[in-house]
Design a protein around this ligand. Structure first.
Ligand SMILES: [Fe+2]
Ligand SMILES: [Fe+2]
Length: 295
């Protein structure tokens, strides 16, 4: 597979797409793939190549998806009637469809995790209390929160597809599940952002909420990872943490590699499609289709 690097546009995206509210490239079709990954057997094991930290880290991400993605949908839906751009309306429909299926698929994933004796109920309860707090906020704040969280998912998705070693050691079906989610996150990466820009567009608010989302994203990922490591009897194992820190900050360096792209969110003229990922999408969509996993 010959990997072409994605290009970064220096120009403001409005100069490329004109004045329309929708800034997703016309060649990108945002449609949910109706797939299901039966990974129950894998989830009963340390599915990430037997590595307890990597398994717990990815599981910790999954535990935030069902309720998190439902809030993404609801926050965009609240502005749907105001959107007049037909292409953005169509993309909102695709976004809701994709996130709805992600939420459902990760619910099955999370249900299956209880096989390993993890305290799924306790972790869900903790995260649900946080989501109740999010739902108590006004709708412009919730949409700004969705934009920030969608930036996180898009950056992680970019990293996942462009660094196959992040999933090295996982079964092909688990790799397909995570790549399926990553592909669709990139496809719809600017939908919430385009709604925010056309209906709210306050730069400072976007930044302030980004800090809040950053704090909570790391907090819940860390707490859930710790909870699963505790069940595995590895919470106080220096070796596990050293290997984990190396995975996140050293080699391959999941967070280290995400940082530069994460920081682009601070640019006043930031737009998710300044990073043109059409080639990545084409390559991995084809690979997913050929793999036969997910049916
Ligand atoms: Fe998603
Ligand atoms: Fe998303």
């Amino acid at each position: 597979m010959s990997a072409q690097p994605d290009k970064i546009h220096d120009r403001n995206i409005s100069q490329i797409k004109g004045a329309s509210a929708n800034k997703t490239p016309d060649s990108i079709s945002i449609k949910p793939r109706h797939v299901h990954f039966d990974v129950r057997d894998e989830l009963a094991t340390l599915w990430h190549g037997g590595d307890v930290f990597k398994t717990a880290f990815f599981n910790a991400l999954s535990l935030q998806f069902p309720r998190g993605e439902r809030q993404f949908i609801d926050s965009v839906r609240q502005y749907r009637d105001r959107v007049t751009d037909p292409k953005l309306q169509e993309n909102i429909r695709g976004f809701i469809g994709q996130e709805g299926l992600h939420s459902k698929e990760h619910q099955s994933y999370n249900d299956a995790l209880s096989q390993r004796g993890y305290d799924i109920e306790g972790m869900d309860k903790r995260f649900s209390a946080h989501m109740d707090y999010v739902y108590s906020k006004r709708k412009h704040l919730r949409l700004a929160g969705t934009c920030a969280a969608e930036h996180y998912t898009a950056v992680l998705a970019h990293g996942l597809l462009n660094n196959p070693d992040w999933l090295e050691g996982a079964s092909p079906r688990m790799q397909a599940l995570w790549r399926w989610h990553a592909i669709e996150e990139i496809e719809h990466k600017s939908v919430a952002f385009d709604v925010y820009e056309s209906e709210i567009g306050i730069y400072k608010l976007r930044l302030i909420v980004f800090f809040v989302v950053t704090y909570n994203f790391f907090k819940f990922t860390f707490l859930n990872t710790c909870s699963m490591l505790k069940t595995e009897g590895k919470l106080w194992s220096p070796g596990t943490w050293l290997k984990g820190l190396n995975y996140l900050w050293g080699k391959p360096g999941v967070i280290r590699k995400c940082l530069p792209q994460l920081l682009t969110y601070f640019r006043r003229d930031f737009h998710p499609w300044q990073l043109d990922e059409r080639q990545t999408l084409q390559r991995w969509s084809q690979q997913l289709e050929n793999s036969g996993y997910g049916n």
